[in-house]
Design a protein around this ligand. Structure first.
Ligand code: HEC
Ligand code: HEC
Length: 201
């Protein structure tokens, strides 16, 4: 009885925390579209590459709005670092981040697949609770990996391992993966239907 009550109180507290989270501010996709002009020179070009090190610029079309907003906040806060992204994110307000998230998220309907393509590598079993068996994030804060560029996923996992990218959960998971696991996991998620390269329309 007592436990039951405590559980309910916890759930209520968690719900309140979610409601007051800035990442869940309502985004205006039309305003996001205007802001996104500044992004398309890289994100809007199919297979565009970052230089030194060379890897694909991540796909944003269909990505979770809350995750896009959080990623931009992380560049601003220094939990992630990339010369261009950190510079661009530094001038964005919370409303800008929410609007950009709403715009990119609305670009493709990404749904969990009834049947993932191919067989998941054994090491991906540890990822499914948050990223889905087929790479479609199970909660708004968990990024969708389905359809993302494989070389970007490899880069991200290595950045968590080396600490260039700072996230307590993901640093723990990434540090348990071998380079072969990382390649297999990245190839598996990349081949699932999901994220798309955004196009202004
Ligand atoms: C000069 C090229 C360039 C421009 C312009 C650019 N980006 Fe990026 N963006 C990148 C690269 C490269 C990365 C991956 C960086 C990394 O490894 O952290 C990235 C990463 C991101 C991510 C993280 C994606 C993920 O899956 O974690 C978001 C969100 C993002 N950009 C949004 C934007 C927005 C919004 C704009 C416009 C305001 C923008 N970008 C403009 C190159 C660019
Ligand atoms: C408990 C939930 C959870 C589990 C389990 C988990 N992740 Fe994540 N993952 C997250 C969250 C939250 C983020 C966003 C972290 C950030 O902001 O950097 C993330 C980010 C990532 C990213 C970066 C995505 C991008 O667009 O930049 C990759 C790649 C990734 N996870 C792969 C994995 C793999 C592979 C596993 C299993 C070995 C795994 N994750 C297990 C929650 C999880």
């Amino acid at each position: 009885m007592h436990l039951h009550h405590a559980g309910r109180t916890l759930i209520a507290a968690a719900a309140l925390a979610l409601l007051s989270s800035p990442a869940l501010a309502d985004g205006d996709p039309a305003r996001g579209r205007t802001l996104a002009y500044a992004c398309m020179g890289c994100h809007g070009i199919e297979n565009y590459k970052n230089a030194y090190p060379k890897y694909s610029v991540p796909k944003l079309g269909g990505q979770s709005a809350a995750y896009v907003a959080a990623a931009l906040a992380n560049y601003q806060a220094g939990a992630r670092w990339h010369p261009t992204m950190t510079g661009l994110a530094s001038s964005l307000s919370a409303q800008d981040r929410a609007d950009l998230g709403a715009y990119f998220a609305g670009m493709a309907a990404v749904q969990p697949a009834a049947q993932p393509a191919g067989t998941a590598p054994a090491a991906a079993a540890a990822c499914a609770a948050c990223h889905g068996a087929d790479g479609v994030g199970t909660l708004p804060e968990n990024p969708t990996l389905a359809g993302q560029h494989a070389d970007y996923l490899v880069q991200a996992l290595n950045d968590y391992r080396t600490g260039k990218r700072n996230n307590a959960i993901m640093s723990g998971f990434a540090s348990q993966l071998t380079p072969a696991d990382i390649r297999a996991i990245a190839a598996y998620y990349a081949r699932q239907p999901g994220l798309v390269t955004p196009r202004l329309r």
